[in-house]
Design a protein around this ligand. Structure first.
Ligand code: MEV
Length: 333
């Protein structure tokens, strides 16, 4: 009897949420990000000829990828080059539960899962440094000049304290957080949001630098209350951060409506998360049941999708208008 064995390798990556400090982090201020249990899976299989990709966003040969995915193409080529392997003879299957372009780190998560799977296919495992420099290639295409927080948060299984140019530090929360996330259903273009803030900084450098510093101070306070498990104070800091993000001009009516709904439903605090101007908002609930109540209200207020989970149990549910179902959040690595 003949047996056919196909070489196969799998890499996973989870998504991320910025709890405090987006945008100011680009200007050197500290920020806090936490893992969000939506995942990307990259499966590498043996094949022949040109590399082919199968994904919900594109299926076909690597050299015909649409412009918006060219960072991924560059990352695949750079990884194979780094591993000293030819750019051929593999099939890449990508599955993701992370919506694209919503400030949840989908581009960094795809790149991290890809790099992990390619290393694994060739019997290796990337160091943190290798992962960073290869994923950075895709991130520059996606975001222009990213601070690096998305990549660091996605590469970490715990909350992180992040400052541009420095190594991310893991943070321990003194108590579980009950997080609710709502998607406006609209793309949040990080590149142009970061550019819009940059223009504001150029026009009014003194006041804008002050705003950035204030956001950095909020992150410092948040780090402290997070370690003491004081979700009530943490919620207040989320609200304060949202005020500052409003001053930076990156929130919009759709986000504000959802943030208001979450607060009116008893959220401890709420703000946009990621680059804003579309994308997602985040709220702190008092417990998992309360998270469900907030998520339901957010759906009624026009959210495209909501998720809620506890950072302790890593348990989450996705709510859509039609149905709800649980994410199987078995830890992959
Ligand atoms: C995007 O998730 C976070 C921003 O601060 C951009 C960055 O840090 O690269 C808006």
């Amino acid at each position: 009897m003949n047996t056919i064995s196909t070489k196969i390798a799998i890499g996973y990556a989870h998504s991320k949420l910025i709890l405090i400090g987006e945008h100011a982090v680009v200007y050197g201020q500290p920020a806090i990000a936490i893992p969000f249990p939506l995942t990307v899976r990259s499966v590498i299989e043996q094949s022949t000829g040109t590399i082919k990709i199968k994904s919900p966003h594109y299926t076909g040969p690597i050299d015909k990828m649409p412009i918006k995915l060219e960072g991924i193409e560059a990352c695949i080529k750079a990884t194979l080059d780094y591993l000293d392997r030819p750019v051929k003879d593999i099939l890449i299957r990508l599955d993701s539960t992370i919506p694209l372009g919503r400030g949840l780190g989908s581009s960094a998560a795809i790149a991290i899962a890809l790099v992990r799977s390619l290393f694994s296919y060739f019997g290796q495992s990337p160091s943190q440094k290798e992962l960073s420099s290869l994923v950075q290639i895709a991130e520059i295409y996606a975001h222009g000049n990213p601070s690096g927080i998305d990549m660091a948060a996605i590469a970490s299984d715990s909350p992180i304290w992040f400052q541009k140019g420095k190594e991310a530090k893991p943070l321990t929360a003194g108590a579980p957080l009950y997080i609710v996330v709502a998607d406006t259903g609209r793309i949040s273009d990080t590149h142009s949001a970061v550019e819009q803030v940059r223009e504001k900084v150029l026009l009014d450098p003194i006041n804008m630098q002050k705003s950035m510093k204030l956001i950095g101070n909020i992150a410092q306070e948040a780090k402290n209350v997070l370690s003491h498990g004081n979700s009530y104070l943490l919620g207040k800091l989320l609200d304060k951060n949202q005020e500052m993000l409003t001053n930076l001009g990156v929130t919009d009516d759709g986000l504000n409506r959802l943030i208001e709904t979450a607060r009116n439903t008893g959220a401890l605090g709420a703000k946009l998360t990621g680059s804003g101007r579309g994308g997602c908002m985040i709220a702190l609930a008092q417990n998992l049941e309360h998270g469900k109540v907030i998520a339901d209200h957010l759906m009624k207020s026009g959210a495209d999708k909501t998720w809620y989970y506890s950072t302790e149990k890593y348990e989450s549910r996705i709510y859509t208008r039609q149905r709800s179902y649980r994410i199987d959040n078995t830890k992959h690595k």
